[in-house]
Ligand binder design. Structure first.
Ligand code: ADP
Ligand code: MG
Length: 253
């Protein structure tokens, strides 16, 4: 099977708060999955589990054919060492709502830093690649700008370039345009659309339904820790089968 991400019965608790209640999904290489749902439904938690920022409590989660470290409440069935986790995480790029660029580094330095530190790429190679990526996100003229001199949309595009610099196999986006002024949303979505067109495998948490409809291969609607329904975004958006999906869509569409 060629699924790049596969979840089977994934559960996650924070203390007594049962946040993920048996998530099953699979994402093929080169596909875009849009994850939507009300605030608090567990979308960010799921991304954090995929990216090893959280351990799952039950079920199984594979990325790129490898099992992600998990614990089964009583018995620790399998726990990956730190080194192994680092190696797996290198293949996953993540972009958050807040851009979190290093304020004292230029755009170019922000993008080149990871590969030279973590991947031990030569400074010259990392810089050349960073420059290429910044051009790809439309910031070829901002290489030496500091984040404070960039708009929110430009900063988010630097953050995308920074994630791409690690040459990920999978990109996770957690509401990447939610913190942006409305007129800056389009430029970030355009970059993401381009990435999808180039064949990047992506999971995108978003409230941008037009983007989901146009770019998504699947739309997954989550509510209260479960997947309520999923399918072709055009289908789900036009004919939601569940009342909870209808109620949510009536608010965001
Ligand atoms: P979403 O991204 O869909 O808005 P989250 O995954 O952020 O939802 O949150 C799902 C639930 O998990 C919420 O009830 C939230 O309060 C809780 N939660 C999220 N992160 C933590 C954490 N680090 N510790 C405790 N509870 C958390
Ligand atoms: Mg969230």
């Amino acid at each position: 099977m060629s699924a790049l991400v596969r979840a089977e019965g994934v559960h996650k608790h924070y203390g007594r708060n049962h946040v993920l209640k048996g998530i099953d999904l699979s994402l093929e290489e080169g596909q875009v999955m849009c994850l939507v749902g009300p605030s608090g439904s567990g979308k960010s938690t799921f991304l954090r589990c995929v990216n090893h920022l959280e351990a799952i409590n039950r079920g199984r989660l594979w990325v790129d054919g490898e099992l992600i470290g998990y614990r089964q409440s009583a018995e620790a069935l399998h726990e990956l060492g730190d080194k192994e986790v680092c190696r797996q995480r290198e293949r996953i790029g993540m972009v958050f709502q807040s851009f979190n660029l290093f304020p004292h580094y230029t755009a170019l330095e922000n993008v080149a830093l990871g590969p030279s530190l973590v991947k031990k790429e030569s400074r010259a190679a990392a810089t050349a690649h960073a420059e290429e990526l910044l051009r790809r996100v439309g910031l070829g003229d901002k290489l030496h700008s500091y984040p404070a001199r960039l708009s929110g949309g430009q900063q988010q595009r630097v953050a995308i370039a920074r994630a791409l610099a690690m040459r990920p196999r999978l990109m996770l986006f957690d509401e990447p345009t939610s913190a942006l002024d409305p007129e800056l949303v389009g430029e970030v979505l355009d970059v993401m659309r381009g990435l999808a067109g180039d064949g990047m495998t992506m999971i995108v948490v978003t409230h941008e339904m037009a983007f989901a409809r146009e770019v998504g291969d699947t739309l997954v609607f989550m509510d209260d820790g479960v997947i309520v329904e999923s399918g072709d975004p055009r289908e789900v958006l036009a004919r939601p089968r569940h009342q909870r999906t209808q109620a949510f869509l009536s608010k965001v569409l």
